[in-house]
Design a protein. Structure first.
Length: 165
């Protein structure tokens, strides 16, 4: 089941992010680097709830949160139609269609909230994610060269977007 995050999800959402970051080096934060408290996550959820072009969608299967799509909309009048996407699904749920379901809900949400451009970044060597995003209709727009340092090494990221018109 895909649903919008509520304040009561703060602890579960925080735990999901920590678990995701412990499972892979493909995320902005590495294992143990995020220091968010439940109260900080509650404030984030409250902030997102107030913004028409932002949301947090959660996949909730078997009594627990196993994936998310977090969307932060543009704040200026000229970018209000644009939103940045952050996503992740726990490894135990890979290959079960969770990510596809999250993205289909994302596209439906965007259509109803005036968001016509979705954008994300993905490490270039994360071929599985790049392929998934392309399947979902995202296109590469460019490369952010050496945008991250992971395990002491520079990493490039693709900038990808999907135009919803």
């Amino acid at each position: 089941m895909i649903r919008t995050a509520e304040i009561c999800d703060a602890a579960g959402y925080r735990k999901l992010m920590e678990k995701l970051e412990s499972e892979t080096d493909f995320l902005l934060f590495g294992n143990g680097e995020r220091k968010a408290t439940n109260e900080q996550v509650e404030r984030l959820i409250q902030k997102v709830e107030k913004e028409e072009n932002s949301t947090i969608l959660l996949s909730d299967l078997h009594g627990g949160i196993n994936g998310h799509v977090t969307v932060f909309g543009g704040g200026a009048p000229r970018s209000i139609h644009t939103a940045s996407v952050i996503t992740g699904v726990l490894k135990d749920f890979h290959g079960l269609g969770v990510a596809k379901e999250l993205f289909h809900h994302l596209f439906e949400w965007a259509e109803h909230h005036g968001v016509t451009r979705l954008e994300l970044t993905v490490m270039v060597h994360n071929e599985r994610a790049v392929h998934f995003y392309e399947q979902m209709g995202f296109e590469k727009e460019g490369v952010k060269r050496q945008s991250l340092i992971v395990s002491g090494r520079p990493v490039d990221e693709y900038i990808m977007s999907k135009i919803l018109v």
